[in-house]
Structure formats: C-alpha cells, structure tokens
Design a protein around this ligand. Structure first.
Ligand code: XMP
Length: 514
C-alpha cells in the first residue's frame, strides 16, 4: 500500500464513515474495513493505527461481532469507540455490564471529567461535554489499563494502557456534540500513532497524475462523462495527466436542466485539454418514451437506451485502451445492510459489456470521499457551479415530468426550474438546501389571468435538507422567496398558471416524485 494508513474497523456503527472523514480531516489517509477482515490482511497493510467503531450490539449477544485478541498484540495503537471500547475491555479481561434496564444507560450530551495528563486528552480541559449513546458499560478495566475519564453514570468513560498504546472511549469523539472530540482524535493519530499527516489534496493530485501516466503510457483512455461531480472531477484529473489521450463521451439525452448540456460542453472543451464527444440524442430518447407513463418503465427505458447509445459509440470508436470511471470511496464500502425493499431503480454503475475488452479500468477517485472529490475539483480549476452541483438523477427530467415525457413538457419544466434556481441563487438560499427542483405533475387547473379563464399546467417545487438522502426533511423556504418564485414562473412560463410547494418529508415521500 505504501502510504501512511489508519484502519477504521467497522463493527456496524452508524458513524463509521464520519470517523473516517474526521481522520482524513487530520490529513491522515484511512480505510474502512469490515470486522470480518482477516488479521493477516491488516498486518499486510501495516497501518499506523486502528480504530474500532461503535456498533448496535452488546458484547454478550450471540451474534455480536468480535475480533481476534491477536490484534492487540501487533504493537499497533488501537482506539476503541463505544462498542469498540467495550469489545476491547471484554476481550482483554475487563468487565462489561450488560444493562438490562435503561436506568444506567446514557444518551446524548453528558458532562465528562478527563484525566488530561493522558496523551489522548492532552490540551483538553479537565471536563467538558461528550456525546454518549450506550446501555452496556464497562465496570472494570482490564489489567494494565487505567480509567482516564468518568461521567456521573459511567465509571469508565475512557480507559488506556499507555504502554501498549491501547485506548478506549465510551463516548463518540467523532460527532460535533463532543467538545474537543477532534482534538482527541488528532492526539491519537499524531501523538499515539505517530502519523506525519501526509494526506493532502495537492499531493493526492500529483501522485495520482503520476500513477495514471505510468499505467496508461501512450494508450488512450475513454471516460463516460455525465456532468455530475464525480465524473467531471475524474475527467479533469485525467486531462491533467494525459491531455488528448483522454476522450470523454457525454450522452445528452435531452433530459438535463436548461442549458446544462452546453455548460458541460463549454467547460470541458474550453478549460481542459481532451477530446470531447457529445452525443445529442433527445429525439431517440423521446421516441422510446412516447406513450409511456409508468415511472419504473420510464426509468428502465432511459437506463437501457443510455447503455445502448453509450456502448455503441464506444464499440464503434474507442473499444481499446483503458476505460475510466468516477467511482468514489463510499460506492465501494461494503455495507452490512440487508436487502431493502426496492423503491425505485437507480442506474449508477454502467457495467462494461462482455464483448468490449479494455486493457484495464481506471478509477482515480476510488479512495476519496465526496467532499475530498470536491476539493480536488476546485484545485483542478473546475467551475464552482459544477463542483458544488446538487445530485441529479440518472434519468434526469424524465422522472420530474410526471406521466408521458414530450419535448414540449420537458421545455416547460426546464424553464420553470431555471427560474427557481435563479431566484434561489440570487437570494442566497440555495446553500441552505441539499437539493431543490421543479416538478411537472401533469395536472391542469383553472385560473384567471387578465380577466380571462386559463386552464394550464401546475408546477410543484420540491426542496429538501438532508445529510445522506436516505431520509430528508422538506426545506422551510421563507414565504416571500416562494412567492417570488411562484410569480416569476407564472409570468414567464406561459403554459403554467399555478405553483404549489411540496411539504412531504422522506419517508413517507421520496425526494424525486417518480
Ligand atoms: P429518492 O427519490 O430515491 O432520491 O428519495 C434520493 C436521491 O437520489 C437521487 N436519485 C437518483 N440518483 N440515479 C441517481 O444517480 C437515479 O436513478 C436516481 N433517482 C433518484 C435523487 O435526486 C436524490 O438526490
């Protein structure tokens, strides 16, 4: 592996990615591995430190995840968090009390007293708020350990065996509610593990450019560019590495937001050195969608058509050399989740058809989190609007034009959506929301304009705030902003005479209407 690495060993905790993000914010590279990973694999990585995450279990549950005690004998510093701390105590002979009732549990912000003579808490005040979320607790630390933090209910809020560099905290240093949590993680990484802090986006760009050049030599690389953040940053990075050896294929199915296809084309042809191929195929897509109004059928048609258009082009002209894609780290992390009910089909991974034989696949962003991808994009000179683009569904406006998708209806929606975006940008409210857009529900209503009756389209506005898009709340946009948007849409888009605001959270709604 070569680079300075810390391993986050995942025991199923809800904050595992947050822990990894915090480590990276300290300029230390880290990887999340499932608790099922073999210890030999960990040894081969030779990490500077290991962090055990929290998890929902009790160490006494029959199916609770455990890890070989040998991990504490490798001489590698370990920090256990919450369940990870209990597991460390239990495995090394301490005592964990399984709390059958809630009377001893602690949830939320908790006053905590620290022994700040300990390396983990150096620079931290004698007491402060930590974020707790546990029922079981440690009543006795293992031999060789001492108690280094307490709360009123928790006799062992943190423990340490300084000599063996083993540390455990019952609270969550990775969440913002824990005052000085970041300083504690920093102390673990720098003072205990001896990390040097070499993970920086500038050095990432330089070393990745070198790796790409070494791997590709003088061969060609083809990348499917969607105009989304990940594929755009991958394109910019590859362009820096190999210039005209890169060909980006951009399929414009005519279902993007207003003028977006031109914006993507201008960005990549004017600012970057590469071959840029745009396939305009709105007519073909609309033809396939004619008369179809079922949401899943529409998604499938758009997904299949995209696949065919894209790969036919590749077969025709670029079916050799390397294939690149903008896979990012969260796309690759093994998630322990079971089979969720299918709500709708997302088409994100475009598998390479069997008859196309590339020499290899290049995924230059495969180790980065989304905000790191954005930082790289900014450093490479991508426009701010592209780097900070909101998520946009693969089927595009096809799932925001409810019912049958026609050129005229796409145009109405594009115009209304452009006004919404313009107003949100102007009033500065855009950054308060995770995603916002207009929807054309396909409902006509009666209105009156200039004393005459109208019978025209309804436009809905959808705006949400969320951390992860798995759940979302509807955004509380101030009425005066909504009023302005509504006035402008009705005045400037002649086919529309009414605007409504969607106030449904997810669940029970989804973010998109189809
Ligand atoms: P839903 O509607 O499932 O949306 O609540 C959650 C997030 O996913 C986006 N979305 C998609 N993204 N391909 C994508 O890449 C898709 O097919 C797709 N469908 C929905 C949606 O915009 C929201 O951000």
């Amino acid at each position: 592996m070569g680079k300075e690495t810390v391993i986050v060993l995942d025991f199923g905790g809800q904050y595992n990615q947050l822990i990894a993000r915090r480590v990276r914010e300290c300029n230390v590279y880290c990887e999340i591995l499932p608790y099922t990973v073999d210890i030999e694999k960990i040894k081969s990585i030779a990490p500077k430190g290991i962090i055990f995450t929290g998890g929902p279990n009790s160490v006494y549950d029959e199916s609770s995840p455990h890890y070989s005690a040998g991990i504490f004998e490798l001489g590698i510093p370990v920090l256990g968090i919450c369940y990870g701390c209990q597991l460390m105590a239990y495995t090394l002979g301490g005592n964990v009390v399984s709390a059958a009732d809630d009377s001893v549990s602690e949830y939320g912000k908790t006053e905590t007293v620290y022994n700040n003579g300990n390396p983990l808490f150096s620079g931290v005040p004698e007491s402060g708020i930590s974020w707790m979320s546990h029922r079981d607790y440690i009543s006795e630390v293992p031999n060789g350990f001492s108690v280094i933090a307490k709360t009123q209910n928790c006799p062992v809020a943190a423990m340490a065996n300084v000599e063996k560099k083993l540390y455990g905290v019952q609270f969550h240093p990775e969440v913002n509610h824990t005052e000085h949590g970041k300083a504690m993680l920093r102390s673990f990484l720098y003072d205990v593990c001896g990390c040097g802090g070499s993970w920086q986006m500038d050095s990432f760009i330089d070393s990745t450019v070198e790796q790409i050049r070494a791997e590709v030599g003088n061969r060609g690389v083809v990348l499917g560019l969607s105009g989304g953040v990940d594929s755009s940053v991958a394109a910019a990075l590859l362009s820096r590495a190999i210039g005209k050896q890169l060909t980006c294929v951009f399929v414009d199915q005519g279902l993007m937001r207003k003028d977006e296809g031109d914006f993507v084309e201008n960005t990549f042809t004017k600012l970057f050195d590469m071959n840029f191929v745009r396939i305009n195929c709105q007519d073909e897509f609309l033809e396939k969608l004619r008369g179809v109004s079922d949401p899943e059928e529409k998604r499938n048609i758009i997904g299949t058509e995209f696949y065919n258009v894209f790969w036919n082009k590749i077969r025709e002209s670029y079916g050799s050399g390397y294939f690149a894609q903008g896979t990012i780290y969260p796309d690759r992390i093994e998630s322990g989740k079971g089979d969720a009910a299918k709500i709708k089909t997302h088409h994100n991974q475009v598998g390479v058809p069997k008859d196309i034989k590339f020499e290899g696949i290049i995924e230059p962003l495969k180790d980065l989190f989304k905000d790191e991808v954005r930082a790289v994009g900014e450093k490479l000179g991508l426009p701010h609007d592209l780097v900070w683009r909101q998520p946009f569904p693969g089927p595009g406006l096809g799932v925001r034009v409810i019912g049958e998708v026609t050129a005229e209806r796409v145009k109405i929606l594009q115009d209304a959506d452009a006004i919404l975006r313009d107003e949100m940008d102007k009033c500065g409210y855009a950054k308060e929301m995770s995603q916002f857009f207009a929807v054309l529900p396909g409902v006509r209503t009666v209105g009156v304009m200039g004393d005459a009756r109208t019978y025209s389209e309804l436009v809905a506005i959808r705006a949400v705030t969320t951390d992860d898009f798995m759940t979302a709340d509807w955004a509380k946009i101030p009425y005066d902003i909504l009023g302005k948007v509504s006035n402008r849409i009705i005045n400037e888009v002649p086919q529309v005479n009414r605007v409504v605001y969607d106030i449904t959270s997810k669940p029970p709604g989804t973010v998109e209407w189809e």
